[in-house]
Design a protein around this ligand. Sequence first.
Ligand SMILES: [Zn+2]
Length: 380
Amino acid sequence: MKFSEIAGHSDTISSLRALADGGKIPHALLLTGISGIGKFRVARAFAQYVHCSNHKDGDSCGVCPSCLQHQRHNNPDLHFVYPVVNKEKRRISTDYIDEWKDMLDNWSYMPPEKWNDIISAGNSQPAILVAESEEIIAKASLSAFQENYKIFLIWLPEKMRPEAANKLLKIIEEPFEDTLFILVSNDDSRLLPTIFSRTQRFNMRPLSGKEISRHLAQRRGVESNLADAASRIAEGSVARAEELACHPDEIMEFSSLFKEIMRMAYALKAAALKSLSERCAAMGREKLLRFLAYCARMVRENFIYNLSLPPISLLTPDEEEFSVRFAPFIHEGNVEGLSNEISRAAADISRNANGKIVMFDLLLLISQWVRLPKPTALPL
Ligand SMILES: [Zn+2]
């Protein structure tokens, strides 16, 4: 991966490049930001840059032996660490190396749910186990095979079991001279504070709609209207935008289901809400979570629309048509309640709660909130 292959993030890339060029690479870096914006791609490109001895135009050369090994994911001084499930005597990253290469080659924006699929995690939550930390310490104590640095790229350090993290503290604090840890986190609030405080942090922002739309059109050959619509809905995540652009039907399905739910909720049609909640539950967990994210976004966007602030509103033309009528029902008296109920339902679903029950509860709560009259402003 070269820097030139990355959409957006030019500020983070310049800072990283400056650290490497100045010979001032800290021994532990943390790249953090929401899922799907390309943080791991930046980490991979940086590792390749650090190892490449043939820099060209501020980038790795892409053709030296070291760059070629990076592209094949087999540079002996680049170690990947990632959450796995403990099964069939497989419990550390290298036990899952084939699946990992598949992920890097085909899902380089690293959607965690895709990783769960690839390793058939089922209902178990992948984690970085203590055996992994022992492996890292063993590898770190050897000197680099061929490069200036041994690099450990740790994906989702927040999934480290506390005992695994504690084992790594010392080595992250006082690593061997030639060792570099790059942690790539989707949620750094869940990192152990002791790990967090030992890293130099880079907060990476979601990409702008324009950056994503350009990426889809230029790199994925997506037709420009679709690229624009997908980039609006994706909220900064390239992974999400790519998925939407590949499955445009899902956007239409979500949009019509959302409208129907809101109509029935407002009319308090309990039987209809029951059958809608069953339709939602039948989506399965991952799709249902995407749908709930869509609902949360629609509530937020309609509230903004209602405030007559179209410049920050991200609605697509089709959604806007619906919002002309619907937006007045989302106001300061219920926007927070609705958003909270939706995120609580999403949290329950991701913990494997029964979809039908969670969704029926949610739709009934939505109907209470959405029927709440707009509070009248008190005179000043
Ligand atoms: Zn090179």
